[in-house]
Ligand binder design. Structure first.
Ligand code: PMP
Length: 410
């Protein structure tokens, strides 16, 4: 008697006649992502796009980076083109530890290299989240982090914020109600609002997290892009928080997003789990890129480069802040960040920024509607505007176009 294997549930040809894969339920409805859409918009030459947080490529230090790639390929070419270790190459972990130690004493073995902070978030989620876990996030927060936590089955609960960041009392109440797996915060020049928590707020948040023994994922890709005011140390540097925090850093906004290099700093047994998760996801980050970034950090003056980038961005922030103040309705509110990449505008209840976007694009300007940054209770009158990509003159032109659209919707 021959045995016929049961035929698997047959995938059906779709309406288009192409094969339909049955995607995981957690990805259903995510065929497009707001981030993919942003990059598509940014590529249109006729459009002044304030939608993406895309550094100005004219600011990249091409010669310095080329120099470092040359050096790496000349002096350690065979190693650079070989597999590496999941923890990250030691030269890069040394440089990362040296830089981080300005704020928080760090040794190379406390660093796990990732392919940008986006992968850092995925590695952290992979290492910690079970389906059904709660993650507490600022309301609003970075939408691509929410997406990473969501595909790991987490339920996001938004915590109330004001212009100084997350409210410590609201955070404590949410922790006691929801028992989150971790809290996700962007304390400096937050995406999307540009807001920064001051020292007192950081201390209060650290106190809540310590008292309730709640882990923190502290995402800090923008902290070094400070134009004015005093820098604040990461929450990870307060008391026992150094062992309770995964601190995420990235070279994307400082050197280049294309090299895809960042790192996580933490302590204790979670370091091993992070390395295992990283190995499962991608074995290791590109060795040639890691060694090149290490060489760059060792031999080039990143601080001088960042100071130059900040001077340029500051001028652009001023251009956008001035232009937008002139076109916003009287009841609107807009942030004026001391650094980072974004302004956040709330137009007021009469406006729907998503509905307005088609008219804005038709008028030749784009922004990111704010609703997608809220885990719950979205404010549809909000928009995120990045000021880093264009010159002050182009910014003024774009905001002028936007002003006409806002006026028509008022
Ligand atoms: N976190 C935040 C808050 C971000 O804004 C971004 C980039 N927009 C990332 C993480 C990911 O950055 P990357 O992977 O380029 O380091």
């Amino acid at each position: 008697m021959s045995f016929e294997p049961a035929s698997p549930a047959a995938p059906t040809p779709s309406d288009t006649g192409r094969f339909d894969f049955r995607v995981a339920a957690r990805y259903a409805g995510m065929e497009s992502s707001p981030l993919k859409d942003i990059f598509a918009l940014a590529a249109r030459p006729d459009l002044i796009s304030f939608a993406g947080g895309i550094p100005d490529p004219d600011l990249f230090e091409l010669d310095d980076v080329r120099d470092c790639y040359d050096w790496v390929l000349t002096h350690c070419g065979h190693r650079a083109l070989q597999y590496g270790v999941s923890e990250g190459e030691v030269e890069l972990r040394e440089q990362a530890a040296r830089r981080l130690s300005r704020d928080l004493v760090t040794t190379p073995d406390q660093i796990r290299v990732t392919s940008g902070s986006q992968e850092g978030l995925f590695v952290a989620a992979e290492a910690m989240l079970e389906p059904g876990d709660v993650v507490l996030v600022e309301s609003p927060t970075y939408l691509a982090a929410v997406q990473v936590f969501a595909v790991h089955g987490a339920r996001m609960v938004g915590v109330e914020t004001d212009d100084g960041g997350v409210l410590p009392d609201a955070l404590e109440a949410a922790i006691r109600t929801h028992h989150p797996k971790f809290v996700y915060l962007i304390p400096t020049f937050q995406n999307p609002t540009g807001r920064t928590m001051d020292l007192a707020r950081r201390r209060a948040v650290a106190d809540v997290l310590e008292r309730t023994a709640t882990p923190l994922v502290e995402d800090d890709p923008y902290g070094e892009l400070r134009f004015t005011g005093d820098a604040h140390p990461p929450i990870a540097s307060f008391g026992a928080m150094s062992a309770q925090t995964l601190l995420m850093k990235s070279m994307s906004k400082l050197m280049s997003p294309g090299v895809r290099i960042g790192w996580i700093r933490t302590e204790g047994a979670i370091l091993d789990t992070l390395a295992v998760a990283k190995a499962a996801i991608s074995m290791q980050s590109s060795v040639v890129d890691q060694l090149t970034v290490a060489r760059y950090l060792e031999t080039k003056d990143l601080d001088a480069h960042v100071a130059h980038v900040c001077a340029v961005y500051r001028e652009r922030r001023d251009a956008m802040a001035t232009a937008i103040a002139a076109v916003l309705p009287a009841a609107a509110h807009v942030t004026r960040p001391e650094g980072g990449m974004f302004l956040w505008a709330s137009l007021g209840p009469a406006y729907d920024a998503q509905a307005m976007l088609a008219d804005a694009v038709a008028a030749g300007v784009a922004y990111l509607p704010g609703w997608s940054f809220f885990a719950e209770d979205a404010d549809h009158s909000t928009m995120r505007l990045s000021y880093v990509t264009h010159s002050p003159a182009v910014i003024a032109d774009g905001i002028d176009r936007l002003g006409h659209v806002i006026a028509a919707h008022g």
